[in-house]
Design a protein. Structure first.
Length: 72
């Protein structure tokens, strides 16, 4: 049996104490139709990048498995 990974979105301060951001997974989950929306070794989903930018947010890698979302 394969363990399922639940996508998560938590306040950045839960990760490192810095307020104002969102902490989430950087590889695999969250996903759209099974495709991870962030890819450390390739490129992030362009639709997600555009969605964030249009709303005044940007994605920033912490490491290959950790993504932060911050207001511009």
């Amino acid at each position: 049996m394969v363990d399922e990974v639940d996508p998560f979105f938590r306040p950045s301060e839960d990760f490192d104490g810095h307020k104002g951001g969102i902490w989430t997974g950087g590889e695999g989950e969250p996903s759209i139709d099974g495709e991870g929306i962030f890819n450390y070794w390739g490129s992030n989903n362009p639709d997600v990048e555009k969605f964030l930018e249009e709303r005044g947010w940007f994605a920033e890698w912490y490491d290959a498995g950790t993504m932060f979302l911050w207001k511009i």
